[in-house]
Write a protein that binds this ligand. Structure first.
Ligand code: G3H
Length: 235
């Protein structure tokens, strides 16, 4: 299974390094063989070797160049980063990234062989329109994406569940994952208010190949416990 921590705009480089080292020793000590990914803030990236894979939360589709405020492949390469999140709800909705730009990023980092965690998910008003509208909305987020890409991972994150403490019911997660699996056979993660208290239940659901965790992952201990749950399930 894939257990991923998106640290968003939290933790300095010193704290992030400590965090990653803590997770690393936990994995080693407990013989955890799951795939564990950590996405630090850009300025907190650091070289790391071990079983924790460090990824980028975002990068511009360029090797380098004049893109003020952005980083490109050259800056990722310095830290040996080969994994990237694309299409996170905060980038789509708060930062206004359009599907065309996400497709551009996807193709650029795909051509470099990156593992891409591509995020999809609907806002509350779409969900309230019913299952069909919701699936139509999510389908559009797949447009232009190579769903057969071997290094693709999809993360389904309902926008209204992110950082709110709200989650879909287990039945909903299973039904949506079942639909999404028809679009791509890539591993499919669930994200949105996953905590230590519900992680085991979510991980056990049919069609869930892992989790993408935000706020609850900020506590290394909690994140480690979630990795342990995944190990115990060993799906
Ligand atoms: O990338 C992670 C998601 O946005 C989930 O965030 P959350 O666990 O704080 O709801």
């Amino acid at each position: 299974m894939i257990i991923a921590a998106n640290l968003k705009t939290n933790l300095t480089r010193i704290k992030t390094t400590k965090y990653i080292n803590e997770v690393e020793s936990f994995l080693k000590k407990n013989n955890i063989s799951q795939e564990v990914l950590v996405f630090p803030a850009t300025s907190s990236l650091n070289l790391h070797s071990g079983s924790v894979v460090v990824g980028a939360q975002n990068a511009y589709p360029t090797i380098n160049g004049a893109f003020t405020g952005e980083i490109g492949y050259e800056q990722l390469e310095e830290f040996n980063i080969k994994t990237i999140l694309i299409g996170h709800s905060e980038r789509r909705h708060l930062l206004g990234e359009a599907q065309e730009k996400l497709v551009e990023k996807f193709n650029f980092y795909k051509n470099l062989g990156f593992k891409i965690i591509f995020c999809v998910g609907e806002p509350i008003e779409v969900r309230e329109e019913g299952f069909e509208s919701m699936m139509e909305y999510i389908s559009k987020q797949y447009e232009g994406i190579d769903t057969l890409y071997e290094n693709l991972v999809i993360a389904y994150e309902p926008v209204w569940a992110i950082g709110t403490g709200l989650t879909p019911t287990s039945e909903d997660i299973v039904a949506i994952h079942q639909e999404l699996k028809k679009k791509s056979q890539a591993p499919l993660l669930y994200g949105g208010s996953v905590k230590v208290t519900n992680a085991a239940e979510v991980l056990a659901l049919e069609g869930v190949d892992g989790i993408l965790v935000g706020s609850a992952a900020l506590y290394a201990e909690h994140f480690c416990t979630m990795c342990q749950y995944a190990q115990e399930l060993n799906k």
